[in-house]
Each structure stands twice: as C-alpha cells, then as structure tokens.
Design a protein. Structure first.
Length: 386
C-alpha cells in the first residue's frame, strides 16, 4: 500500500471496557442465526459461558475445534458448519488463530471454496490491497471477542496453515475484518499468562517494526509510539498482578493502536516474516515468534535505523548507557518471563539453514528496513536468535 494512501478497514464499531454480557447483544440485534467459534481450552471457561448467555436463543451452532495457526482442515470444517446453519453472524471468541480461522472460513463461504486445494489457491500476496470495502456486506460477518493481545480482530487479512506442507498462507478480503469487536478486559483473565504476555509482545512487534521503518507516516508514528508507551506500562503490571483489570484494559487499547500504522501504508519487516516461517514449519505460537524475532531483527537492522531504535529503547526501559533496541527488548521480554532464543522453544542451530530456505522472497521480510538479499541473510538473523 502506498504511503500516499490511508485506508480504513471495513470495521464499524469497537466496544471497549464493558463486559461481554453488555457489549455483545447490541451487535447481534436483527440476527437470529449465530455461530460461536472458540477453542477447546476456552469451551468450558467462564467467558465462554458468558458469551453463550449473551448470544442467547440466537445460537444455532458452536465449535471449539479451531487449533493453533488455523489449519486448513479446521477452516474448512468451520465453513461447512456456517453453511449448514446458514449463519448470519459468527462470534469468534479467542486469540489470533480462532479469529483468523473464522475470517478465512467466512471467505470460503462467500466464494464457494470447498476443499484444501481451492482454499490454498485463494491465498494472496502480503502486499495485496484491502481497501475496496464499499460493496454490499456479505453474510456471515464476524463479531470478535478477543482473549489475547494479538490484534487479529482489527485486520482484514488472516493467516492459515497447510499442515502437510508446513507453510502458512494469507487470506485477504476487505469484509474479513470483524464488523465489530468487543474488548472486555475480563475476557483475558482465563488466558494462560505466557500466552497473554507473549501476545502482548506481538502487539509490541506491530508497533516497533513500524516505528523503526525507513518509510513512515505521521499517523503511524503517533499510534505506534503511543501503543509502545502503553504496553511498557500494562504488560509488567499484568505480570505483577494478574487480576489487574485496568492493566488488561490498557493493554487491549494498546494492541488496538499497535496495528493501526498499517492503515497508513507503513510496512512491518523481518520479525513478522520470520515469525510466519517459524509458525508454519515448527508450530511456534505467534506471540513467541515475536519474542524470539523482534530483538534479533532489531540487532540485524541497527546499521540502518539505530536512531529510530533508540526511541524504542527509551520507551521500553533501555535507559542504561549504550542500550540498543535489541538489548532493551530482550530485557523487557525477559522481565515478563518469556523466551528470547530458538533453543528455548526446542529449535536447534542445525535447523536454521532449512528454516531460512523457506523464505519465498516476498513481504514482510522483503519490506525489512535493512535489505534481506536471500536465505543467507534470513539465516544470519535466525542465528542471532540462537
């Protein structure tokens, strides 16, 4: 997307700081066929019970089968359920995988995609345009109730994974973005600490890579910096006191801001791109890929954007003399009890060349501030994670 074009996603409302019991019913008015999508870990949770109660008699179907990284098989099964129930709205309760899986499933319904081959063939490049959303809204659309800080609910694109090939693909349609989002801080209370905090580093990744991009925009700089300042306060507060709902609400606001720089056309870089490789090939969770990748990519990029990285270092507590973006990030991530090396997630140094060879030459690695010339450069970055 051009830096001379600012595009808003086709999202109508964000209801924030309210319990799901109060915020969700207005989003379902006028619809009597609603499907609830969540995960096995959330199916018996308090927030799932509250969500079912808020949907009420409109609930015509439910699945908790969506796995991490939105596998093709799970997406197709959800699409079949949406067709069978003639769903008008999909309530996606969970993290990025549930929300992305629901996006791709809706797209499959809209376009009659019935099998793995057609779904994979529908994947688009990461630079595709998502701004043409003035057509009639298709059915069904999503209302998202996120339980993590990945910010998938604010984007029209979605990742889904071919488990057989070990590759992650990208689906894109302007109407894939949820028509509405409910940010209930209590919805995050039952999310495991590592998952929640690492998804907060995913939000940090969204903001930091854009704040350190070579081609930036004032809007993106403003929201990215604000997001980082809020995350720098909220994530350690959640770590100290897991029951702090105010901190959780602040983190939700921050992750919302963290992705908005993308609407101004500012690209992310190699941390996001290498994360897609680690997720598709080795199943590393989205948030953890950012814990590993963001400091290493900052370290590799330092020759071209050290001045911008100093802003990130200052925000995240790297006030010691000579602190860099990489050292500040590693310290911040370690302070949350999260990993920063491949070894900590079971990936050996011997696997690095094979992982590097999976890069297809496209964005967002291709939009990294320091040019990535090929798999050898990807390998060099991965070795900084080892």
């Amino acid at each position: 997307m051009s830096l001379h074009l600012h595009s808003w996603p086709a999202q109508q409302r964000v209801r924030h700081g309210l319990p799901v019991a109060e915020a969700l019913p207005p989003e379902l008015e006028g619809f009597d066929r609603v499907v609830l999508v969540t995960t096995r870990s959330l199916a018996n949770s308090r927030i799932a019970a509250a969500t079912r109660a808020a949907i009420g008699a409109r609930l015509v179907g439910e699945t908790s089968a969506m796995r991490a990284h939105s596998p093709v098989e799970d997406v197709l099964a959800l699409a079949a359920l949406l067709r069978e129930t003639q769903a008008q709205r999909v309530v996606a309760l969970g993290g990025g995988s549930v929300i992305d899986g629901a996006k791709v499933a809706c797209n499959a319904v809209w376009h009659g995609l019935l099998d793995a081959a057609s779904l994979i063939a529908s994947a688009v490049s990461r630079g595709a345009d998502a701004s043409g959303w003035d057509a009639a809204s298709p059915v069904p659309r999503i209302v998202a109730v996120p339980t993590t800080l990945s910010a998938a609910e604010f984007a029209p694109h979605a990742g889904f994974t071919d488990l057989v090939a070990g590759r992650k693909h990208r689906g894109l349609h302007p109407m894939q973005v949820p028509v509405a989002v409910v940010l209930d801080p209590a919805a995050t209370l039952e999310t495991p600490a590592e998952l929640l905090l690492s998804s907060g580093i995913r939000a940090t990744d969204h903001a930091a890579e854009r704040l350190c991009a070579l081609e930036r925009a004032p809007f993106s700089d403003a929201v990215s910096r604000q997001a980082l300042e809020m995350l720098a306060v909220a994530l350690p507060a959640i770590k100290r006191d897991p029951g702090d709902l105010a901190a959780r609400g602040l983190a939700q606001q921050a992750m919302w801001l963290s992705v908005m720089g993308g609407w101004a056309g500012v690209a992310v870089g190699a941390s996001h791109g290498i994360g897609y490789i680690l997720g598709g090939a080795r199943g590393v969770p989205h948030g953890i890929t950012s814990c590993l990748g963001l400091p290493a990519v900052m370290q590799w990029n330092e020759p071209v954007n050290a001045e911008r990285q100093a802003v990130v270092a200052g925000i995240l507590g790297g006030t010691t003399r000579g602190a860099t973006g990489a050292t500040a990030l590693r310290g911040f991530i370690r302070g949350l009890g999260l990993p920063t090396t491949l070894a900590e997630v079971g990936i050996a140094a011997a696997e690095i060349p094979g992982l590097a060879a999976r890069w297809d030459g496209g964005p967002p690695i291709a939009t990294n501030p320091r040019k990535v010339g090929g798999p050898a450069d990807v390998e060099a970055i991965l070795r900084l994670m080892a």
